[in-house]
Ligand binder design. Sequence first.
Ligand code: CTP
Length: 395
Amino acid sequence: MLSGKRIILGVTGGIAAYKAAFLLREFQKAGAEVRVTMTPSATRFVGLETFASLSGHEVAVDIFPENPGSSDWTRHINWGEWADLFVIAPCTANTLAKITTGISDNMLSSTVLAARCPVLICPTMDGEMYESPAVSRNLKKVQEFGYYILEPETGYLASGLEGKGRLPEIGDILEKASEIIGSVKGPLEGKKVIVTAGPTREHIDPVRFISNPSSGKMGVAMAEAAQGLGADVILIHGPLFVSKPEGIHPISITSTAELFEAVKEYKDADVIIMAAAVSDFTPTEIHPQKVKKTEGENSIGLKRTQDILAWLGDHKKEGQVLIGFAMETENLIENAISKLKKKNADWIIANSLNNKDAGFEFDSNTVHLLGIDSNQKFKGTKKEISIEILNTIFR
Ligand code: CTP
């Protein structure tokens, strides 16, 4: 449930703040990307550096960026838009009261107001405080706002007393977070999404073919990202050098002609993502037996294959979203824009083979998402980029 999800972990100033470091790790193990915001008093319990190095992101405390030259003056809004889930663990009585009244005097409390995602609050404090009329009223209030509460556990507390106020077990927080994420309808809920991935192979004879080095990683990452947004995904793929995601219906093809036949079956899908590296040429003749070498001139006759994306562009259903890729070695943006227009696609994801650590076979990529009037750059693992791109298009 948490795989590919983006979680903000809010840490407030209670002794259980150190347990949030373990929670962060468990979220990551479950496949989530985590950013941390701490209240100023939380930094007295655990150092910023702990969460920064564990999360791999800057930890935000103040609304204002730490670097005054930074342009990130609205990061509480950006984070609020970015997240799929906001978990505040531990949440002190003070932060709970701020949330109840809408006070936004630090990054954590401001981001709660800006968040578009579900918010899970794990109140953690001394037993007497937890039972106090003010906290009881505030807990009721935030639930009326639609925020989720995971009640604290009863047991030995930092005050030396026994009572209700301990942070629940990490596993219980994880379970609750998964349950909440699972109940949220993604923007592709109920939509049929077709993703093509991997190379095609154009056979010359039974032992030789024309192909390319595509591993299928980008297409598989797009399929997983679409599934994460709630889509019903069909993956039409050539030979893959990466395992197929669970819960996605796979259709295996070899040649461009087979890919075309398979895609035609689903031409009316809500979204079609052509990530396959399709061969532009195929031999004029496929020899049924292995071709023997002969003296003198040897050549293979070639003919053009069907441009499947262009065909889909000509047969586009009303409301359908058509996404293509472009792999270039020069004039990246210019060539990709020309493909966007020529093939009547809604979006082209352009990648250059000249980028270091990007392109065929790598786990990372640097791409431009090009629309008719837009150009946005994404850099990261193929998995991260796919999630960012689909969120940009559909959220
Ligand atoms: N594509 C397709 N059918 C083909 C060739 C490409 O559907 N016969 C799709 C690819 O899946 C991709 C997009 O078209 O989404 C662009 O593919 P690319 O290989 O970058 O470019 P081509 O259109 O083949 O043009 P060129 O080889 O001239 O760069």
